[in-house]
Design a protein around this ligand. Structure first.
Ligand code: AMP
Length: 396
């Protein structure tokens, strides 16, 4: 079976062609600058190519990808009829979806109803689904949600302390995101622990970052909220902030509510505090050459992560494993070391040498004496999307 995995953003489209039974990835890539000019980065047959190709809309982008999959040197299949199903990453499934679903008209209507909760993401995801239906008629489409894994959170953790009517009337609550990654990583951790009744904390630290408390394989709390703005200090997002800062900044900087939220989403976080970049590598470099603001930015990032780890260890009544994943979590040994430093009181002892090892495998980086395991687990959201698509469509 072959699954075409699509992750449509507002001006980008990530894709993979995968055999979910063998987990073999036949091709992968990214279309960027859709609607502007168009750039394709594609990998197949052990070759990576970059091309500038016009992509006025996502439809042309998907056509460009299907073309490269079926023709020329990069070809991996003879015809698009060999694709059995399409799996879509969908950011917001609200309270409707606690697992992946085969897309039908009712699913699309529900996703459209959720646009106010994810105005930047869901429209692009819906567009990706509709174009796939148009270009590959008759093939099943499956939606895999970033929010679904967190639907097991208890009300005491997903409610905000605002009047209850706002939850009932407008859906104001914590939904959480990165669920596919938290599910994958916590599941790998459970296998490594070889324990069903496990207490796991997953730190997904990428440009967008979130942390999740997972008890016996179920999310019980997570740091992102109604939107991905809440929680950790991220590349350009502030994470947790006193809501009073919003009205104060609106007044001081003469910004509208929407402009202020955009400011907290796009101009804050690592970028805003450091004044250097949203890319942690550049900030680490600057700190190493004595830039104090860069050092403060790194300290803030780590301190916020530590705060959440301690809080979630409390909620879980202990912790068997702390897992690091995504760009920063998988690659930045300095951040892992700083986060774990000082957590010895709760049985967390990192092994500096093991922590410095770099590879793309699941690995344990704690000292042998550490009561709590510390794992680095490279995330694989595409695999989850492909496998969910396979499970739901194989019997069709
Ligand atoms: P992601 O969103 O998961 O692709 O993660 C992207 C982020 O990972 C980048 O913005 C970088 O800040 C960070 N990153 C990747 N490699 C490293 C590294 N070796 N050290 C520190 N940060 C890194």
């Amino acid at each position: 079976m072959l699954v075409f995995i699509l992750n449509a953003g507002s001006s980008s489209l990530k894709y993979q062609l995968m055999n979910p039974e063998t987990t073999e990835v036949l091709a992968s890539g990214l279309c960027e600058r859709i609607g502007i000019d168009g750039k394709l980065i594609h990998e197949s047959n052990d070759k990576k190519i970059k091309q500038e190709i016009e992509m006025p809309t996502h439809k042309e982008a998907i056509e460009v990808v299907l073309n490269i999959l079926t023709k020329g040197e990069e070809k991996v299949i003879d015809s698009i009829s060999q694709i059995d199903a399409i799996g879509h990453r969908v950011v917001h499934g609200g309270e409707f979806f606690n697992s992946s679903v085969i897309v039908n008209d009712d699913v699309i209507t529900k996703l459209e109803g959720l646009i106010p909760l994810a105005p930047l993401h869901n429209p692009a995801n819906i567009m990706g689904i509709k174009i796939a239906q148009e270009i590959m008629p008759g093939k099943p489409n499956v939606a895999v949600f970033d929010t679904a894994f967190h639907q097991t959170m208890p009300a005491s953790n997903y409610m905000y302390a605002v009047p209850y009517e706002d939850y009932k009337d407008y859906g104001v609550r914590k939904y959480g995101f990165h669920g596919t990654s938290h599910y994958y990583v916590s599941n790998e951790a459970r296998k490594m622990l070889n324990k069903e009744d496990s207490k796991v904390i997953v730190c997904h630290l990428g440009n967008g970052s979130s942390i999740c408390a997972v008890r016996d394989g179920k999310s019980i709390d997570t740091s992102m909220g109604l939107t991905p703005l809440e929680g950790l200090v991220m590349g350009t997002r502030s994470g947790d902030i006193d809501a009073g800062v919003l009205s104060y900044l609106m007044e001081k900087k003469n910004m509208t509510a929407a402009e202020t939220v955009n400011y907290l989403n796009k101009k804050s976080g690592l970028l805003g505090v450091s004044g250097i970049s949203s890319d942690l590598r550049e900030i680490i470099e600057a700190a190493a050459s004595g830039n104090e603001r860069a050092q403060t930015t790194i300290d803030m990032k780590c301190s916020r992560i530590r705060k959440y780890i301690c809080s979630y260890a409390g909620s879980l009544e202990g912790v068997d494993a702390i897992c690091f994943t995504a760009g920063i979590g998988e690659n930045a040994d300095l951040i892992r070391e700083k986060v774990c430093d000082g957590l010895e009181f709760m049985g967390v002892e990192i092994d500096s040498d093991k922590n410095k090892v770099r590879n793309d495998k699941n690995r344990e980086i704690n000292k042998d004496s550490s009561k709590t395991k510390i794992y680095v687990i490279p995330t694989n959201e595409e695999l989850v999307i492909a496998q969910d698509t396979y499970k739901l469509t194989k019997a069709l």
